[in-house]
Design a protein. Structure first.
Length: 558
C-alpha cells in the first residue's frame, strides 16, 4: 500500500484515467473475464464482502480500506470515518498537521484535536499485511492529504477555474457535434454520388451476384454506427471530465465507467463460462440439420415415386416428412434445453411455464385444426383440384394447409373452411370416382300414367344421346323410381368423366329433355298435379325460339 499523500485535483484533462479505461475495455474478455468466471464457480463466502471490508471514499477518491465484523459491518464503519473526516475538513481552524496517533486498548487511535477520526485495529493491519503502527502512520498521511484536497476543491478560485474548464469542454463538445454533422453530410453526399455509381458498376461486373443496393445500405449502416459510437464516447468523456471538476460529483464520475463497463464485463464473463455449452449447441444444430436433410431426401424419393413402401401412398410423403421433422426438432430441443445459458435459472423456468400456459390456453383450436388437417391427408378424403361438397359448400379444392382448406366454388368464390369443421362433417368427393369409375349424373321427371313408359325412356335416352360431353360408354339408363298418385317418377342416369363440368352438363341435359318432351307432345307433370288440363302443357316446336330467343340457323355466322 503506497504511503504517498492524495494530491489535490486540478481542472485539466485526466488523460491517464481515459487510457486506463480503454485498457480495461481491451482486456475485458481476457484474464479479467476468466477470473470472474472462475470466481462464479467458486463456493460463496460465509460472510458478505461488504461486511468484511470496504473502502473509505472522500470526494470520489479512495483513501484506504478497513475491516469490519458482522456486528459492525465495514460499510457502516467507512461511512462513519468519512463523516468524521468531512467534519474535520469543514473546520478551517483544525490543521491536518495536528493529526495524532495514540495507542489505546483497541488499537491505534487517529484524532485531530478532540475529534476522534478512527481506530486502526489489528484486523486492518492483517488486511494490509503490515505492522499496525506503520499502517496508522500511512492512514494519517492519507487523511491529512484528503483534508487539504477537500478544502482546496471548495475554494472560490478552484470552483471558478473548474466552471471555466466545463465551459471550454462544452464548447469543444458542441464543436465536435457540429464538425461531425458536417462530416456526416459530406460522407452521405459521397455515398449517394460517386460511391453509388461505382457500386452499380461492381454489380454489373459481378453478373448481379453482388447487389449494389445492399452494399449501399451496408455502407450507410456502417456510417450511422460509427457516428453513433463516436457520439456516445464523446458524451461519456464529456460527462467524465465535467463530473471530475467538482468535488460533489467526483464519486459519480468515479462510478461512471464502472456503470458502463461492469455490464459488458459481466456479459463477457458469462459468455466465456457458457462457451462449452454453446459449442455443444452448435454441434447439435449441425447434426440435426444434416439429419433433417437426409430425411428430406428420403421423403423426396417417396414423393417422386423413386422409392416405394408397402401400404404407403406417395401423396403422404410431404405431410409425413413435416411430422417427422417436428418430432426430430422437438427431440433436439429436449436434448439442448439443459445446455441453453440460463435455462436452470428460476426466471427462465418461470417464463417457460408462463409461455406454456399461454400456448396451451390459446392454441387448443389451432392444434385441433392441425391434427384434423393431417388426419384428412391420411384419410385420403380429397386432393387439390378435386370437386367436393363440404357442409353446404360445393367447389374445387385449391389449397390444403395445416389449419384450413380453400375451396373455389362454382360462383368463383374463395371459401376458407377450418379443418376441424371438415373433420366433423361428411365430405362428398365428385372427382375420385369420376377419374376411376366415372361419375353418374341423374335428373328426375314426373310423367302421367297415360304416357307409355317405353316412350318416356326412349325420349330420355335420346336426350342423353343429344347432350355433348356425356360418355357413350357406359350407356345411360333410366330407373322408374316411384309410382306416385298422379305420375310416374323417371330418373335418367348418365356418365361423365369430368366432375368440374357437372353444372354445364346438367344444364345441357335438362334442355334436351325439355326439347324431346315438347317435340313429342308429352307433358311433364312435376312438381305438382291438380287435375287434367284441357290443353297439354307443352311448347309446340314452332314456338321453341319465341322472341327474344334466336334459332341457331338464324344466328349470324362469325
Amino acid at each position: 500500500m503506497s504511503d504517498q499523500p492524495v494530491q489535490p485535483r486540478r481542472g485539466v484533462l485526466n488523460f491517464p484515467a481515459w487510457i486506463g479505461a480503454g485498457a480495461l475495455l481491451a482486456i475485458l474478455f481476457g484474464p479479467v473475464a476468466v477470473h470472474a468466471a472462475a470466481a462464479e464457480t467458486a463456493p460463496p463466502p460465509a460472510v458478505a464482502e461488504s461486511v468484511l471490508e470496504a473502502p473509505v471514499i472522500v470526494d470520489g477518491a479512495t483513501l484506504f480500506r478497513v475491516r469490519g465484523i458482522q456486528a459492525y459491518p465495514a460499510t457502516e464503519r467507512t461511512r462513519a470515518i468519512q463523516r468524521r473526516i468531512e467534519t474535520v475538513a469543514e473546520n478551517p481552524a483544525l490543521s491536518p498537521k495536528a493529526l495524532t496517533i495514540t495507542e489505546v486498548a483497541d488499537g491505534s487511535q487517529i484524532a485531530l484535536g478532540e475529534q476522534n477520526i478512527m481506530i486502526v485495529s489489528d484486523l486492518d493491519a492483517q488486511l494490509q499485511q503490515v505492522n499496525r503502527q506503520l499502517l496508522a502512520r500511512i492512514f494519517v498521511k492519507r487523511i491529512g492529504a484528503a483534508i487539504e484536497t477537500y478544502r482546496l476543491d471548495r475554494t472560490r478560485d478552484y470552483l471558478l477555474r473548474s466552471a471555466g474548464h466545463v465551459l471550454l469542454a462544452t464548447l469543444a463538445l458542441g464543436a465536435f457535434f457540429w464538425l461531425g454533422r458536417f462530416a456526416v453530410r459530406r460522407i452521405d453526399r459521397i455515398l449517394d454520388g460517386r460511391i453509388k455509381t461505382e457500386l452499380s458498376g461492381i454489380e454489373a461486373r459481378s453478373m448481379r451476384i453482388l447487389s449494389a443496393a445492399h452494399l449501399w445500405r451496408a455502407l450507410h449502416m456502417i456510417r450511422r454506427a460509427a457516428w453513433t459510437v463516436a457520439t456516445l464516447l464523446a458524451g461519456i468523456f464529456y460527462l467524465d471530465y465535467v463530473l471530475h471538476q467538482f468535488p460533489w460529483t467526483r464519486l459519480l464520475a468515479a462510478r461512471l465507467w464502472a456503470l458502463l463497463i461492469e455490464p459488458l464485463r459481466s456479459m463477457g464473463a458469462h459468455l466465456l463460462a457458457a462457451i462449452p455449452d454453446l459449442a455443444f449447441l452448435v454441434i447439435l444444430f449441425f447434426v440435426v440439420r444434416y439429419v433433417l436433410k437426409a430425411i428430406r431426401l428420403f421423403f423426396e424419393a417417396l414423393a417422386a415415386g423413386g422409392m416405394h413402401l408397402t401400404h404407403f401412398e406417395n401423396e403422404w410423403a410431404w405431410p409425413t416428412y413435416r411430422l417427422v421433422r417436428i418430432f426430430v426438432i422437438a427431440f433436439a430441443l429436449v436434448v439442448a434445453y439443459p445446455y441453453i445459458p440460463g435455462s436452470q435459472s428460476d426466471a427462465f423456468k418461470g417464463i417457460s411455464l408462463f409461455l406454456g400456459v399461454v400456448v396451451s390456453l390459446g392454441s387448443s383450436s389451432v392444434i385441433g385444426n392441425i391434427i384434423a388437417g393431417y388426419t384428412m391427408v391420411y384419410r385420403r378424403a380429397f386432393r387439390e383440384g378435386d370437386r367436393v361438397k363440404i357442409d353446404n359448400h360445393v367447389g374445387d379444392v385449391t389449397e390444403r394447409r395445416l389449419l384450413v382448406t380453400h375451396l373455389r366454388t362454382t360462383k368463383n368464390e374463395d371459401v376458407v373452411i377450418p379443418n376441424s369443421l371438415i373433420l366433423n362433417n361428411s365430405i362428398v368427393n365428385y372427382s375420385t370416382l369420376a377419374r376411376e369409375n366415372k361419375l353418374i349424373l341423374h335428373t328426375t321427371v314426373g310423367i302421367g300414367y297415360e304416357t307409355p313408359w317405353r316412350q318416356v325412356e326412349a325420349m330420355l335416352l335420346q336426350a342423353a344421346a343429344n347432350t355433348e360431353g356425356l360418355l357413350k360408354e357406359p350407356q345411360p339408363f333410366v330407373l322408374q323410381k316411384v309410382l306416385g298418385s298422379f305420375d310416374v317418377s323417371y330418373e335418367l342416369n348418365v356418365y361423365c368423366g369430368d366432375a368440374q363440368a357437372m353444372n354445364r352438363l346438367y344444364t345441357l341435359l335438362n334442355r334436351n329433355i325439355l326439347d324431346q318432351f315438347n317435340e313429342y307432345g308429352v307433358q311433364i307433370m312435376t312438381p305438382a298435379y291438380e287435375s287434367d288440363p284441357n290443353d297439354l302443357k307443352v311448347v309446340p316446336r314452332d314456338q321453341w325460339y319465341a322472341a327474344p330467343a334466336v334459332a341457331p340457323e338464324a344466328m349470324p355466322r362469325p
